[in-house]
Write a protein that binds this ligand. Structure first.
Ligand code: NAP
Ligand code: ZN
Ligand code: ZN
Length: 347
């Protein structure tokens, strides 16, 4: 076994603390990666606090992983020692069901193996994530990273990037579309950059008036403070597409009314409480309410290549491993600009 250092939550709601553990030896199809940076996703907080139920402890969070390959198994063809590599939210799936065959491993009908807070396909070995110095992953679930981009700013693409890219592609968003991005945090700021790069008119819908300048710098054309009724009225029946990235309870009915005829709102944020919908807010304008979960491996690689080509990276604040509990507190207050990334050299 490989000895690994990391940070873990020993139990629900407890602060994270140093944790030593073991990972499997490098198998024939495995890639061993020395982790250089790991992004901090709000899903890490939800799971550490067991807000979705079923959390497995001790938990080593982290699914926005980038680093350098240090060893590969003898059957690995796509990576060699020294390559840059990334790992996102998925490290395995059944690979044979109709979802997997189509490249939608995140919707695997048997079991998708999350990078942490999950179990391997043997249904018993727990998985541990990227708040650690090394990880061993089957090459089919390892992503190639371009050396053209700043590595620490690439890490958040592995979750925040793909989670927002996937619905923009699925709904074929581009020139002529009016897109609303609800919540300007990690996912939200990537949604703004990506939707703007695809040619859409982008409006940030935020509870934080102080984020207006940043929103425009990120590429948004408009900024609406959602607590201001007059401002909301100005965008009623306005959007073709709304991406909801809010992590806390909020009234969806308010935002459904901002969709025009046939408009779609896609839920990405997963607040602990499920929303209540007024039926008329949907049927009166044939509006659609949808959801989307991260993205498959093929699409994640496509997104990384797209970002390398268009020079798109996350805006990050680098933190050391021992600042993680403080970073969580700041995220809970909406005080993140716009993704915390842990420098693993500080572990
Ligand atoms: P984040 O960086 O903390 O950003 C969330 C943003 O939501 C905040 O910056 C804030 O933006 C807004 N917000 C927070 N509390 C609010 C409230 N009470 N009312 C209205 N707005 C509020 O979080 P993130 O990492 O982007 O993650 C966002 C959500 O997506 C989380 O629930 C996470 O679990 C989920 N997620 C889902 C997927 C998926 O596959 N579907 C993948 C990754 C993450 P403003 O200050 O602009 O209002
Ligand atoms: Zn995430
Ligand atoms: Zn499957």
């Amino acid at each position: 076994m490989i000895q690994v250092k990391g940070y873990a939550a020993p139990q629900a709601k407890a602060p994270l603390a140093p944790f030593n553990f073991e990972r499997r030896e490098v198998g024939p199809f495995d890639v061993q990666i020395e982790i250089q940076y790991c992004g901090v996703c709000h899903s890490d907080i939800h799971q550490v606090r067991d807000e979705w139920g079923g959390s497995i402890f001790p938990m080593v969070p982290g699914h926005e992983i980038v680093g350098k390959v240090i060893k590969v198994g003898e059957k690995v063809t796509g990576f060699k020692a020294g390559d840059l590599a990334g790992v996102g939210c998925l490290v395995d799936s059944c690979r044979t069901c109709s979802s997997c065959v189509q490249g939608y491993e995140q919707y695997c009908e048997v079991h998708w193996v999350g990078t942490y807070n999950s179990v391997e396909m043997d249904m018993k070995t727990p998985t541990y994530g990227g708040y650690s110095n090394q990880i061993v992953v089957d090459e089919s679930f390892v992503l190639s990273i371009s050396d053209k981009l700043d590595l620490k700013r690439v890490a958040p693409l592995l979750c925040a990037g793909i989670t927002t890219y996937s619905p923009l592609k699925e709904w074929k968003i581009g020139k002529g579309h009016k897109v609303g991005v609800l919540g300007l945090g990690g996912l939200g700021h990537m949604a703004v950059k990506l939707a703007a790069s695809m040619g859409a008119e982008v409006t940030v819908l935020s509870t934080s008036p102080s984020k207006e300048k940043d929103a425009k710098d990120l590429g948004a054309h408009k900024f609406v403070v959602t607590k201001e009724e007059e401002q909301l009225k100005g965008v009623t029946n306005y959007f073709d597409f709304i991406i909801d990235t809010v992590s806390a309870e909020h009234d969806l009915n308010v935002y459904l009314n901002l969709l025009r005829l046939n408009g779609t709102m896609v839920l990405l944020g997963v607040p602990p409480e499920s929303p209540k919908i007024q039926t008329f807010n949907l049927i009166a304008k044939r509006r659609r309410l949808a959801g989307s979960l991260i993205g498959g491996i093929k699409e994640t690689q496509e997104m990384l290549d797209y970002c390398a080509e268009h020079n798109i990276m996350s805006d990050v604040e680098i933190v050391s491993m021992n600042q993680i509990n403080e970073a969580y507190e700041r995220m809970l207050k909406g005080d993140v600009h716009y993704r915390f990334v842990i420098d693993m050299a500080t572990l």
